[in-house]
Design a protein around this ligand. Sequence first.
Ligand code: NOJ
Ligand code: CA
Length: 558
Amino acid sequence: MERKWWKEAVFYQIYPMSFQDSNGDGIGDLKGITKRLDYLKELGIDAVWLSPFYKSPNDDNGYDISDYRDVLTEYGTLEDFDEMQREMHKRGIRLVLDLVVNHTSDEHPWFVESRKSKDNPYRDYYIWRDGKDGGYPNNWDSRFSGPAWQYCPETDQYYLHLYSPKQVDLNWDNPKVREEIYDMMDFWMERGADGFRIDAAAGFSKEEGLPDGIPRKQATGCEHYLNGPHIHEIYREMNQKVFQKYPEIVTVGETFGVTPEDALKYAGNDRGELDMIFQFQHVGLEYTDGNKFNLHPIRLSEFKASLSRWQVALDGKGWNSLYLANHDQPRSVSRWGDDQKYWKESAKMLYTMLLTMQGTPYIYQGEELGMTNTVFESIDDFLDIQTLNAWKVYVEEGDDDPETFLKAAKFIGRDNARTPIQWDDSKNAGFTTGTPWMRVNPNYTWLNAEAELADPDSIFHYIQKLIALRHESLVAVYGNFTEYEPENEALYLYNRKLDGQNLFVALNFTGEEQKLTVPKEILEAQKKSKLYVSNYDNDGVICDRMIRPYEAIVYEWE
Ligand code: NOJ
Ligand code: CA
């Protein structure tokens, strides 16, 4: 396996609106990020993926960009960006930017022009169609509920939007659009960026003729744009025209709906496309018929099978990105751990898993503290467009059981991840001196960075240790993956191996003691073993034993 800096790095995702406010307006900003870089350095991360900070009317918190080459006024200026980036680089932290180019804001000057007339030079930057039989051009729906088409009376046509009507899909079949985007990518690379996380990366190429999709509960039409006909030509072109100019660049595509087989087409070694992708299988298991607001419980064996499949499928052929949370997902400890009695143990256990798998780990802001899902009293407490739109449809469809929806939204809604970072126990958790744009999770009084920095046994210090260990351990990064007892509904057991070095990982996903049986070949060989890491007091002698609630233990052996 070829060694690369981005394979050995640990990434940290910043969602700027909620990270740190520096001027009291209640909104996080770039100066706030700069102020907290020593904290990130102390955690030990190597690179930051920064969610969008560009000019935007914020219909979807910045994933609707109206100027790709400028900073959102509330976040600061280009000079603030330069300073932040300089300060990151000074500390050896690289900066990966969010590239949101499936769509622009409807307030982007290209679209303002495009909608004016059918012969406007920008008309073809977007996807315009006549209605069909007095209705929409086709039956596709938006990922944020409702139809994927918006009518414009100016020209009596509809435009396509796979997300909100304020997120207008670009026409990637138009070579001028592609050139504009590559140009803009150069702009940021020349300013010093180190790479891109590509938003909605599997959806750029729409099937010719935009045929009707198979009707589904959600995302009708997706078979006609996910992994579309020209998607791989696009990435090969982007690679040739942009990436190749910057040999140190890292690229990661956010690819909803891809399988490991698809992943190898985007990010297989020698494909000349992307370095890695974010897959969604392990975070979609609870959805019923693809509907994220209708959840069902899952078994541990399903969760493990999902993760293990990727470990094996990409080994030696591609490279995984690993995540348990981001700004679109709830908090990991509330989802797969226990955010009450075993809060600390279970958060540590989950990150032991993340940092002992093959792939590049991404830690979402606040996860290093074990931040939890927040408290929602009613639908009025939600701000996220996805949740609110889905709720509207739910109510319009006359569903008389709001509790099912609300229960799902509280558990899985994106707002859970967007509450301000809890820096200390002062008013508004030290996030702002003003009124925060989003309510702080009330548990900040005891769950905060200041408290964890002072506590040697904190989640922060444990994750710091995991990061440091990973930096010293090629087997944790590159080793192959073998799972044991896949049917075990309490424990996740696997071994990582590289050139005679091994890590045997045992994770208890329950709040009860369980019996740990060490795989015969590991036990039998009477290997020299050492403790690699554990979230409980432990020695390093591999043996059959009991494993405590949410215990994680990793043995190093030869
Ligand atoms: C994925 C982003 O992560 C999400 O926050 C956004 O709503 C959609 N793409 C649309 O840009
Ligand atoms: Ca601010």
